[in-house]
Design a protein around this ligand. Structure first.
Ligand SMILES: [Zn+2]
Length: 438
């Protein structure tokens, strides 16, 4: 910031000097009209021409259009190409010119060349991202220096709420919620809420999160979702962000129950359940057989996720199962995935996290169409994945639960204050500091 100020002073000083010089030159310039009165009318300077001659340095804020590059902009400003090349070389030390996006603004100062009919680039500033500015300053003939500055952002909180008319996503966006925060909210609730079935028009929602604002541009970057709430059939579902000692941050209900279940009921997105668990007529052989899992129909290549954290026990071709993966989650629970078209970058012995892509839908082995056959095996017995809620959920206890209760009080105090007035409490005071992950 201080460096930026001194730079501003230098530029300001140069501007004053330049104007002074122009004033001096125009003052000293002999007026031909005095020598030859007949010329007066003819040479009466066009007011526009006069301003142009006396102008400079010039400054402009350019908006990047489709197909623009920094080089093409400089060429349009009539900056000679060797100079533009030097400028780009200096800039690329702190900024990748390929990061330039449509609608991004570039502020430039340039001036008439002392010798030559083009322009000299004096200064250039790009907002690299919300909290970084990149500045390029001319330090000598065809020499430039580029610096990246971190901007100071104001920390604040956002509380967005309303009633669902169309969908949580579209209605909350309309209320001004950050898409990232909405995504986190939907993901956290998706273990308990079926968004297609349970959400009715009029459903009340709210989300509370922190933001980092750049007051100059009005841009803001969301921090973390701290609290979210949905009211379904008059019953509130609330989740609070909390980092239990030695664990990654997660969301918990008021009673300290983790929203994240040990296993996903549906380890695939956007698939349709086509065959449930239990006895059924075998689609190929025709006889009645116990179906030891559930089938989800999905287009070939749809990603399949690990239903829970664990270690891959088996990852190979396995008879009628085709391309098959079995994951061991703990001493008693395993999950299996069959008929994959191919595996992701995993193999037997790989450690996987819940939600990690392990393979892709196919119809290898004995399968009539592209689908995922999914099994949950507990203590050597196949169980119905649709009844996955019977699996233990992780619940906070002891010291972690006491810390969580304090965190709830802090979050609710912030929420209450935010509803009354703007807040300015640093995030470090709100949540326990990040501890190294497991
Ligand atoms: Zn099946």
């Amino acid at each position: 910031m201080r460096q930026g100020l001194s730079k501003l002073f230098t530029i300001g000083f140069c501007l004053v000097l330049a104007y002074g010089l122009i004033f001096y030159v125009s003052f000293k310039r002999p007026n031909p009209s005095i020598e030859d009165p007949s010329q007066v009318a003819q040479s009466k300077p066009d007011p526009e021409e006069v301003t142009e001659a006396e102008e400079g340095p010039y400054d402009e804020t350019l908006t990047i259009k489709e197909g623009d590059t920094l080089a093409s902009i400089l060429s349009r400003l009539d900056i000679p190409s060797p100079q533009a090349h030097e400028a780009m070389t200096a800039l690329s030390k702190v900024y990748n010119p390929h990061d330039l996006r449509v609608d991004q603004e570039v502020y430039v100062i340039y001036d008439n060349q002392v010798e030559g009919s083009h322009y000299d680039l004096k200064f250039l500033r790009i907002r690299a991202d919300i909290d970084h500015d990149v500045e390029l300053v001319r330090t000598g003939s065809n020499h430039f220096q580029a610096t990246k500055y971190k901007k100071d952002l104001k920390h604040d909180y956002m509380n967005v709420g309303g009633n669902i008319q169309v969908s949580l996503y579209s209605d909350a966006l309309k209320e001004g919620a950050s898409p990232k925060m909405l995504y986190d909210m939907i993901k956290a609730f998706s273990y308990d809420v079926d968004f297609q079935r349970d959400i009715q028009p009029g459903t009340e929602f709210s989300l509370f999160y922190d933001v980092y604002k750049d007051e100059e541009s009005g841009l803001e970057r969301p921090g973390e979702l701290l609290y979210a709430r949905l009211v379904l059939d008059g019953k509130p579902y609330e989740i609070y962000r909390f980092q239990a000692p030695g664990e990654v941050p997660g969301y918990y209900t008021r009673t300290g129950e983790a929203v994240r279940k040990a296993l996903l009921r549906t380890p695939i997105d956007g698939a349709r359940l086509t065959s449930g668990f239990g006895n059924r007529k075998h689609p190929i052989q025709g006889y009645t057989k116990m179906h030891k899992g559930v089938d989800f129909a999905a287009p070939k290549g749809t990603p399949i996720m690990a239903a829970g954290d664990g270690v891959i026990e088996r990852c190979n071709r396995y008879g009628g199962y085709g391309n098959y993966i079995c994951i061991r989650h703990n001493g008693s629970t395993k999950t299996a995935y069959a008929h994959m078209s191919r595996f992701a970058k995993v193999s037997a012995g790989s450690r996987v996290r819940q939600g990690q892509i392990i393979g892709y839908v196919g119809n290898t082995g004995s399968a009539t169409g592209h689908h995922l056959h999914f099994e949950i095996i507990q203590n050597g017995k196949h169980i119905n994945p649709q009844k996955v809620t019977q699996l233990p959920k992780s619940k906070l206890g002891g010291k972690a639960l006491r810390e969580f209760k304090d965190a709830i009080v802090r979050i609710e105090k912030l929420l209450q204050d935010k509803n009354q007035q703007p807040m300015l409490i640093p995030a470090s005071k709100l949540l326990p500091s990040e501890s190294p992950g497991p």
